[in-house]
Write a protein that binds this ligand. Sequence first.
Ligand code: SF4
Length: 354
Amino acid sequence: MKRKFCTIGKVVLGPGYPVAVQTMLKTEYRRVSLLTREIRAIKKAGCEILRMAVEKKEDSEFVGFVKEKSGLPLEADIHFDWRLALLAIKEGADGVRLNPMNIKSMRKVREIAKRAKAKNVSIRVGINSGGFRKAYKPQQLARLMVEKVTDYVEALEKEEFFNLMLSFKAADIPTTLAANRQARKIFPYPLHIGITATGPQQEGLIKSSIGLGILLREGIGETLRVSLNAPAWQEVEVAKVILQSLGQRQFLPEVISCPTCSRCKVDLRREVERFKKRLRSLSLNGQAKTLKFALMGCVVNGPGEASQADLGLAFGWRQAAVFEKGKVICRWPARDSIEKFLVLIKERYGEKKN
Ligand code: SF4
């Protein structure tokens, strides 16, 4: 089957294109300064597609504002009231998400498709397992989800609408895997992957990493949203870590640190957080994205344990050893070693200004 592409704003999803990172606004739109702050944080984190719920007419009035502030392709998330999709398109949304469990009239779907086509807007047919009331086994539920989406896709194709992406989300990993694997076999369209209603933050992180990691490793998923009970910018950061860990994208240098033990000479967790934050603010060249920097808790084992790091710092009582590929190259007073380490990184990998 020849796989198709979906274009949302300036982002293309499909074979040969990078898996795009997305998240969803969580602030109430009327709280404009909070909304602006949220958009800024999402953008800074590196989001590539943004989604906003359009639950009522007044929400659609913020479509233009969000688009302008974010500069990102914007998908309007529509449930129940199909007319909101038309409004969102009119206000400039780049994509609309329709839920086949609550917008059922094919006449209305066709109407949305006509307007979307005229404005070059993409449609995501996004189904969630929560829409099914009865308890099913994962494979069974996955089949039902795929069937529902098939009806929708056929109606859209009859309108000659092909700028489509699809999503099949469940709160559990087995159903999510089954539905996406079935969908990949049947549909040529890009898949937006995610696990929904993941629970508390830590559980959400684990579930998303496992579920999305498996799918991405199988080549399934052209865009992902990590749903977390956490700020949206954190969803973006986690999605980037998942993609980078799988070797599918390179966003930032990797920071390695040891788990610490009784040999540890510093508050390593604090030092790592401080370092990560400062590292993000450096303007580094393209090569730096592929590098590994290590912060280790002791000089005795640190350089050896992190010998895969391009550059590292291992803390002693008073001194910190700087090492390159496992070999100590110099020592600095521990107190200002992080600052010096950042200077060294900048000297070696800083973006050259013309
Ligand atoms: S590097 Fe040192 S402090 Fe860290 S875990 Fe290994 S032995 Fe412990």
